[in-house]
Structure formats: C-alpha cells, structure tokens
Design a protein around this ligand. Sequence first.
Ligand code: GAL
Length: 932
Amino acid sequence: MEKIKAMGMNTVSFYSHWGYHAPTNDTLDFETGAHDIGRIYEIAKNLGLFVHARPGPYINAETSAGGMPLWLTTGEYGALRDNATVFTGAWRPYMSKVEEITAPFQVTNNGTVILYQIENEFPNQWSNVEEKIPRPVPIAYMETLFENAQSNGIVVPLTHNMPNRQAKAWSIDYDTAGARGNVHIYGLDNYPTCWSCIPSDCSTSNPSFTLMDYTAHFNEVSPKQPSMMPEFQGGALNPWDGPAEGCEAKTDESFVNFYYRDNVAQRVTILGLYMIHGGTNWGWIGAPFVPTSYGYSAAIAENRTIGSKYYEIKSLALFTRAAKDLTKTDIVGNSTSYTDNEAITTIELRNPDTDAGFYAIRHTDPTSSDEQSLRLSVRTSAGNFTVPIVSGNDKMSLNGHVAKILVTDFNYGRMNLVYSTAEVLTYGIFDSQPILVLWVFNGEGGEFFIEGATSGKVVGGDASKVQFVKPEKGLIANFKDQTGMTVVTTNEGARVLLMDRDTAHLFWVPALTTDPTVPVDQVAFVQGPHLVRGAQLEGSVISIRGDSNETKRIEVFAAKQAKTIRWNGKRLKTQRTNWGSLTAEIGGPEVFETPKLGTWRVQDSLIERHTNYSDSGLAWVDADDMETSSQYDDATKPYLYSNQYGFHNGVHLWRGYFNGTADVVYLEVQGGIAHGWTAWLNGKFIGSFLGDLSSSTGAKEFSFPNETVSDKQNVLLVMQDITGHDQGSGSLNIRGIVNATLLNSESGFSSWKVAGTAGGATGSFLDPVRTHYNEGGLRAERLGWHLPGFDDSRWPKKSPGDGFTGAGVRFYRTHLPLDTPAGHDVALSVKLNFDSDETSNSFRGYIYINGYQYGRYYPYLNDAMNTFPAPPGVWNYNGDNVIGLAIWNQEEKEVKCDLEVKVEYVLASSLDVKFDGTYLRPGWDEKRLLYT
Ligand code: GAL
C-alpha cells in the first residue's frame, strides 16, 4: 500500500472474500490472523489513501466459486446470487458484518472509505436491454444488497461494475423504465487486450492498441454520474498453460501510457486499475482460469518488484493528482484538425469554470508505431497559438503507442502556464513559491509559456539548450534534446524543472500529510531513489523513507527550513545546490544470499492406500448419502460429492470397499481444470488421470491385475485434488466422484468413506488463521506436518532431490533460518527444479512455507511454472522457517525434484520486513493427532 501511495494514487480498492471469513455457515471470522479488514482501513488512513471497498457477496472469476463460501455449493442454498430467502439468509450476516466494520471508517466519519461496491459484474437487470424489460429476481437481489448496506450505516455512494458495454445495468440514468435495483454510481470494466495471458481465452481479442468509445457509452448510460471504470486492465491473469513469466509485454509501459491517457481523454474520472499488485496467489485455487502462484503482470509484481510500468503509471497519476481542473471537464472537440498532421487526433477537454484546457494527442491510427511530428493549435487566455512557436523547423514529436496530455491555462500556485508542449508531471508550493515539473521523452524538446513571467534563467543543467522569448504577456521557454534535469527560474523564486522520462520515472512526490488529496503545498520532491515511500519535515530535517538499489546522489526540493536530509533514519551529509535543492548520497543494499536449507526429512504421506490402514478415525466420514440437493443428481449412489460431506479444498481421499473379485473399475472424477487423480487397489497402484487443461473431469477405466484383487474384502483408494470451483453459476458444479463402477463384480461397491480437510466433516476446521482453503485431506496436512512446531526429528533424512519410485505421496520437510540484514527489503520465492531427462514429470508438488500452501506445481501440464513468491509475514525474516514439499507421484517411475529458495531482490529499505508476524504463523498442536 505504500507503493500504491507512492505511485500517486489517491485510492486503493480491495475485494473482501466471503469464504475466507465464513468457513461454515454459522461462523464469521474478522479477527484472527489477517482477517481484520478494519486494519486495511487504518493503514489506508495512515497512508492517506481513500478506499473503494468491494466485499461481494460474489467477487471475482479467479478465485474458487468467485469468493463465495464452498458450503454454498451443495445445492442446499438454491441458485446463487438470487433473491430467495435461503440465499439471502446466507450472505446477510457476512455483508452486514463487513458493513458494520466499514461504517465508522467512511469519509463522512473522518475515515477513508469513499465508495462501496455491491456484487461484482452482475449484469442481469434487463431481459431486453434496449427495450428495458426488467428481470425481477436479480433486481430484487440488488435491492436487498443495497438496502442492507444502507441499513448498516453505509452512506458513501454504492457502486457496481459492468463486464461489458452491452448490459447497461444498474444505472439510475438508464433506468427510465423504473425497474429499480440501481446503484449510485454505475461503472464499466474493460480489458482491451484480453484479461488472460492467452488471447484465445477471450471471445473477442483486439489487436493491441485499438481503442473503444467509452464516452458515447457513458453519455448514454450514466450521463449524470461520474464516468467510472472500477476495473481497467492493469495486467492479465496467467492460466495454467500460460507463459511462466506471465505476459508483461502485453500491458507494458506503452500500454499504460497510451490507454490510461485515453481514459482520461474520454473523461473517465474514477479509474481503477485491475490489478495493481500481484496475482491470485493465495492457497485457494479456482477454475477454470486460475494461476497456481502466478502474478497478474501487474505494475507491482507478485514478488513486489516495481519497474518501468510502475514508473510510467506514476507519471500520469502524479499529474492527475495535481491537475484539479481535470475533475470537471467537457469534451469540446475530437478531431485531426487540431494539428498540421492528419496522423494525429486530438481530444480537447475544457473545465467550464476555469477554462483550463487539456489536449490529449495520439495517433489517429492507434495501432501505428510510427514517430510523428506536429504542431498543435491551442486556445488560451493569452490568445490562440500553434505550438511550438519558437523552434524554427522543430516540431513536437509523438512516438507510436504513447499519448500526451498537454495543458493550457494550467494554474500552479500564483502562476499560470499558458501552454506547454511538454507534459506536466506535477507541481508543488514551497515557501509560497511554486515549482512546476515538466517532462518529455528522452531526447525530445518542449516549449512552455508562463503568463506574467518577466525573466527566465537556466540555473541548473545545460543552458545552451534552452532559449527564452518574451512575448507581451509573459515568457516562452523552448528547450531541446532533454537529458537529465534542467532547472529554470522564471521569476524571483518560481522554478520550473525540465526532465526526460528516465529522470521523471525516478521523481517522487511524497506527501507531508495524510490527506489523500495531497494539497500541493504539503509535498516534497525527491529525485533519484528506486522508491520513495514517504517523507516528513521537522525543523531543519527532511526525513525520507524509501528503497535504494544502488549508491547514488539524490536531490530533494522542500521548504527552505530543510537543511539536512535524513534517509531511512540516517542523517546524510547534505549540500545545497545553487537552485535551492538539497543533495546527498544514499547507500545501496548489502549483499545477501539465502542461507542453505537445513536437513531434509521425509515421511510417507499416503498410508491410506494399504488394506491394513484403519479409516475408523475422525478424519473419515461415511460417504453414504443416497440423496443430494445438487441439481446434478445423475451419478453413482451413494453420492460421492465431497462438498456434501464438508470437504471443499485440496486433496480428497476416497476409500471404496467391495467384496469378491472384479475385473475392471470405471472412474469419472471431477475436480476442476488441471486436477488429477490416482487409484490404488489393496495398496497396489492401478492408474492415474494425469490432468487436462481443458477438462474439469477425468474419466478412466482400469483393469485389476489378478494377484491384486482378493476374493474377500477389497479396498480401492482414489486420491484426487481439487483445483477450485468454477466461476459464476458454474460454482455449483460438483466436486468428487461422479461415477465409480465395477465390471464383473458380484455386488459392486458396498461402502465408501471420504477424508478431506481435518475438521471439515464437523464444521470445525483446525486452522482459522490460514483457513481451510490452505489445506486439504493429505495425510501430511491432516496431521499438521506442514506447520511450524511439528516434531520431525525421528523422520528419516532424505531430500526431494534424492527421488523415489512408486506411485504415492512423500512429504519432505526442512528448515530455513533467516536473518536478513536490518534496513533491507528482501523478496524471496521458492523454486522447484527437475531434470526431465532424468525423471518423470507425472507428479504434483505442493509447497508449504511456514504452514501456508504457497504453490502447486503441476509439471505434467506446465513444467515452467515453477517459481512461487511469498510475502514477509508468511516468511519469518527473523528466525526459523519451515518449508514443506508434498510430492505426489502419479506413476511408478522415479520422481526427483529439487527445491531452492530464490532471492528475487535485495533493497536497502525502510520497510520493516522483520516485523513480528508470529500471529500469522500459528504452530502445530495435538488436535492434529486425532486425524491420523
Ligand atoms: C473481471 C472481474 C475480476 C477479474 C477480472 C479478470 O471480470 O470483475 O474480478 O476476474 O475480470 O481478471
């Protein structure tokens, strides 16, 4: 969240996940571990960020069942996202609790929550959109959600987001039919280059850099509301079969530069970037589009790295934060006739109160990658101009796949910028004097006109590149070939900083206040560091917090009282420049290498396959339901649907008994896209379904070897994993065994038992902090071998790299002692490696870090997706870490796999990654022993 603030954002949006807070239908947890959403509000408030809360009930596609609790998936609650009493009764306690927690944090109570979204991409208001024929059930559902929020004291605007431009639902302006169910602010989501790293996942995938007309849409659907895009593409999710590194190029720095400026040009005044950080990387895994642990190619990567995409968004966000006149504009023109170049289209925005102008220029053919040059005609308070004026033959340039927003009559403090061909980055007021910051692409030039300025002088940087002209009403400065920073004084005390893009990328505007609107006289300017997280001015010291990746000089602009720079708590030898700023040298990071992993120990995690294993313990329940509430009732009876028995996540074990011989078993198992299963008869492996990227069901027939099947009692063990529940109404698709049929058997299966997450059958999961999403019914999980504090000292010493043969599951465990250097942020991930020449890829790996399941590795489906970052708090940077690895060998061949801990980056930083996160990592306890 510090990185989001540092980027210039004024708001952070988050989904709250109903299933995470409601492990059962009569429990709500907003307290343990990381469950307290009030903390998010507090942190946001302290950082100066508004919050757009988005609690559901349904949230998103990438998480199991869209974030709805999995106890809803049995069919007992009827259709989901419906207005029937039984479904309303299910969501009301959760939504009411979120609302109760949220209400005191609203902006109206001096808090920080400014918008509140009900439901997510629920487009069902109309059965016929154009004729406005209402659909009563979804409307009643939305009305109930709306009333619930208001009756719990939510007074900030209620919002919603449409997945496309066709549905036009829930907008009070569009609902001239009186259909009801509308929210206060309508929103439209859009993912112009497809929300997936694999373009064929999208029904329509536009070639890069094509644009859509949002203005017409908002004019039609929500003309009296702010034009809001709660989700605009900030990256793309990475499915199981996506490229290992994600697809950063698809939404790179040009993408964000170009598209986000177009959004601004189309008068979008609430723009949410989906996603700004990471990916859907928790222990739960949904289907069908679910990455294992893969990021969203977002500006702040899953491993918390920032780079040029982040910096590029920052340049625009700093501008929109300072350009207050941009919040109220009309589109007064949109054509190619603003410039002398047909290849360029301009949208002109005007603030009707101040007459400030914003000219958004881009290529007429947005897909064009040519560099163009142009002169732009602008209307200003000082007259009409075709700019640049001064530069002789030199025109303004515009590269392909980027856009510019150029201002006229832009007030900065007491000064007025009549026009500028360089983009405004920001401005600030220091000791009542303004500093304006302009930027151009590396090597480009620019020109600006300041009203009333009487003199101009280059006081820092290369004076030979800047030329001044004095028209009647002020001063025009023209600069060429910008590299680095140039400092111009334009009057006594007023300064203009000119910079190239690289310099702008490392230019920060930390707020000296927690007011999210960041008044321009309460900022500092800092150029140079990798990241500036915050600043404080006290007496003569300007204290700056941030991250550094190298030793370098930084430059700080602050009020004159500041004489010394303190960087991450350390006073620096500070000098003052001729142009009034302070400079000092900051240090780079120390070298840090991960310590070696401790001794690996191993244990068999699948003794349940053997005939002499007793399944009479608490871990197991009889799977004997002859009835189901599921609409999918055409299946083997008793119903072998896991949710029906209280088991929802991860591995499930099914034990089926039959007497007398049989020849063949036919099994159809459903676990979601990419799931797999393996079967053993009387302890002997009979076969596996290795997984499939396009099917959530795996059907196979296996004949029994003669020596395996007994003429007395036989037990078949089926081990399956669940990759989550499908999105939307697909959530109700069952998980478990759809068909288990014996051929040439006298009586067929006589009974079944099932084991899943410990405690599931009685609705009392054992780990409220990590939640039941974190663990399935693997023996290692039930017994808590993945948890810190479990004693493995008597286990044999063997590492996953030593390998093993035979279908089965081995659980490996080791320790990683960490003591990262103080004052450093270190990003760590776990990486699995194996040599495909040496070993089979028919295995599944489950990775646990201090008890958190932080990745699933399915090399048979994608062996390159093998790196799983985890954040501080999951890691303990100040002591012992337990790493667990379950290897499920799906065939008899040998499997060998190495695990390494990888350092993603080391930065000198103010972020305290060594905080005491013990509360997030509860240890093993004896209750686990009951689930043997
Ligand atoms: C939207 C949805 C988000 C996310 C996104 C794709 O439809 O609202 O939650 O699923 O698509 O990443």
